[in-house]
Design a protein around this ligand. Sequence first.
Ligand SMILES: *Cc1c(COP(=O)(O)O)cnc(C)c1O
Length: 219
Amino acid sequence: MELQERLNDVRARISAAERQSQRPAGSVQLVAVSKTFDAEVIRPAIAAGQRIFGENRVQESQGKWPELKTETPGIELHLIGPLQSNKAADAVALFDVIETVDREKIARAIAGEMKRQGKTVRLYVQVNSGLEPQKAGIAPADTPAFVYFCRNELGLSIEGLMCIPPAEENPGPHFALLAKIARQCRVEKLSMGMSGDYETAVAFGATSVRVGSAIFGAR
Ligand SMILES: *Cc1c(COP(=O)(O)O)cnc(C)c1O
């Protein structure tokens, strides 16, 4: 299959999943995860109308996205990988959404950079739904307090939560947990679901799914 066919297939499956869970058509956004792929591979996805992309490394993104964004206005770029404080300035400059706010230090750095650069970046808090030691994210029990801190101490507007469930577990309970925490925190957006489980995530209320290999192929 060509990239365009794979992209159409993913879009069709998202639409079907929306219908099946009686959610409005178009209520789930597709974030096409283009990490490890070069600009030449990404351009056909842009040509096919895809505008929202996800990357997990700031430095890698700097090598391809400034040019791609100049070529096509209206691209929305999401950072979905861990952010180090020394990359906060670059991340704020390049990305439209940072989905991986996961500790006080990085929240402070992002707040400072947004002020310095006069740029607003939309923010999600990453939740470590499976309490995995090797994975980034705020523990579920600590998330409401962290969201409160970001909003009230730093003046950040947190619009969503993001999670990556443990690879070997049934993702449904993790998606349900993220949705529950979002209600507690009065956060509207839910970034959850990847190539293997995005239809399940739609059923649990995802407002965006992050799909890489099902569109671009194996990495
Ligand atoms: C790589 C990545 C994805 C996409 O994974 P696929 O299984 O290729 O769809 C989604 N979310 C995050 C955080 C990732 O790092």
